[in-house]
Design a protein around this ligand. Structure first.
Ligand code: NAP
Length: 285
C-alpha cells in the first residue's frame, strides 16, 4: 500500500477562501474581525510566525495589528497592555506570541487574556470548555489536525488513536479532541516503555515529538493514518517531521508531509477562531 498524501496546504487554502467569503458577509453587517498580536523581543523565528499570521489575516480580509515590545518589558507592563486589549471592543482576538522572555510567567499572561478573546485556545477556561465539550476556541494545531483527518472522510469514531507527545499545546489537546470524536485514545511520551507496542496498535497515529524521523515503518500498523506534527530543522537547513516519510508512506493509508501538512492548518484555525470571536462565542462557527 502506498499512502495518500494529505496536502494541508491545499485544504488550508480552500478553507481560507471560504472564510474570506464569511468575513465579507460580516463586513456587510459592519463587523470587521480584528486580531491583535503581541510580540516581545527580536527572535527571528517568532517574528517569522507573526509575519505569517498577519499575511494570512490580510489575505482573508481580517484586520490585524502587531504590538512589538522590547524583551525587557516587565510582566506588569504586558499585563496592562492585555487589560487594555481586553476592554477594546474593536479587538476580537488577542494572541501573545510564545515563548516569552524568561522573566515573564507565561501562565500569568495566558490567564490574563479574556476567554472571550482567547483565539489561541490556551486559557484554562477554554481548555476546560474543550474537555467538557462546550463551545469554545479550540487550540489551533490540534483543531487543524482534526480538520485534516475529517477532510479525507476518515471515520474517527471507534478508532484507536495513539498520540506521541503530551505537551499542553499539541499532544494533550489533540488526544482530547480525538476523544471528543469518539476515538479510543492512548498517550505516549518520553517515559513510555516500549513505544512500539502502542504505536503498532494505532489506527490513527499522531506524532508530536519534535525529533527528526524517530517514527519508522516498524512503528506503524499497515493501513494506519499517520499525522506528523513535528517540525525539525536538519543541519543542512531542510525541514523534516518526526516521521520517516519515505519509509512510512509505503505502509500507511494516509500521511501528512512536512512541510505543507499540519503547519498551514495551524494559522487557518487561528483565522477561524478570530472570525468566531468577532461573531461572539456561543453563536456558532
Ligand atoms: P514539546 O513540548 O517538546 O513536547 C514533545 C513531547 O514529545 C513531550 O511530551 C515528550 O515527552 C515527548 N517525547 C520526546 N521524546 C520522545 C520519545 N523519544 N518518545 C516518545 N515521546 C517523546 O513539543 P510540542 O510543542 O508538543 O511540539 C512537538 C513538535 O510539533 C515540535 O517539532 C514542534 O515544532 C511541532 N509543532 C508544530 C506545529 C505546527 O503548526 N506544525 C505547532 C506546534 C508544534 P515528555 O512529556 O515526557 O517530555
Amino acid at each position: 500500500m502506498v499512502a495518500h498524501v494529505i496536502s494541508g496546504k491545499d485544504i488550508a487554502q480552500k478553507m481560507r477562501e471560504e472564510m474570506a467569503q464569511e468575513v465579507e458577509q460580516l463586513k456587510q453587517r459592519h463587523i470587521v474581525p480584528h486580531l491583535t498580536v503581541v510580540i516581545l523581543g527580536e527572535d527571528p523565528a517568532s517574528h517569522s510566525y507573526v509575519k505569517g499570521k498577519k499575511k494570512a489575516c490580510t489575505q482573508t480580509g481580517i484586520s490585524s495589528d502587531v504590538i512589538e515590545l522590547p524583551d525587557t518589558t516587565s510582566e506588569q507592563a504586558l499585563l496592562d497592555i492585555i487589560d487594555q486589549l481586553n476592554h477594546d471592543d474593536a479587538v476580537h482576538g488577542i494572541l501573545v506570541q510564545l515563548p516569552l522572555p524568561k522573566h515573564i510567567d507565561e501562565q500569568h499572561i495566558i490567564e490574563a487574556i479574556s476567554p472571550e478573546k482567547d483565539v489561541d485556545g490556551f486559557h484554562p477556561v477554554s481548555v476546560g470548555r474543550m474537555i467538557t465539550g462546550q463551545d469554545t476556541f479550540l487550540p489551533c494545531t490540534p483543531h487543524g489536525i482534526i480538520e485534516l483527518i475529517k477532510s479525507q472522510q476518515i471515520d474517527i469514531k471507534g478508532k484507536h488513536a495513539v498520540v506521541i507527545g503530551r505537551s499542553n499545546i499539541v499532544g494533550k489537546p489533540v488526544g482530547q479532541l480525538l476523544l471528543n470524536e469518539h476515538a479510543t485514545v492512548t498517550y505516549c511520551h518520553s517515559k513510555t516503555e516500549n513505544l512500539q507496542q502502542y504505536t503498532l496498535k494505532a489506527d490513527i497515529l499522531i506524532a508530536a515529538v519534535g525529533k527528526a524521523n524517530v517514527i519508522k515503518a516498524e512503528h506503524v500498523k499497515p493501513g494506519a493514518v499517520v499525522i506528523d506534527v513535528g517540525v525539525n530543522r536538519l543541519d543542512d537547513g531542510t525541514l523534516t517531521g518526526d516521521v520517516d516519510f519515505d519509509e512510512v508512506k509505503e505502509i500507511a493509508s494516509y500521511i501528512t508531509p512536512v512541510p505543507k501538512g499540519v503547519g498551514p492548518m495551524t494559522i487557518t484555525m487561528l483565522l477561524k477562531n478570530t472570525i468566531k470571536a468577532a461573531k461572539g462565542l456561543g453563536k456558532g462557527d
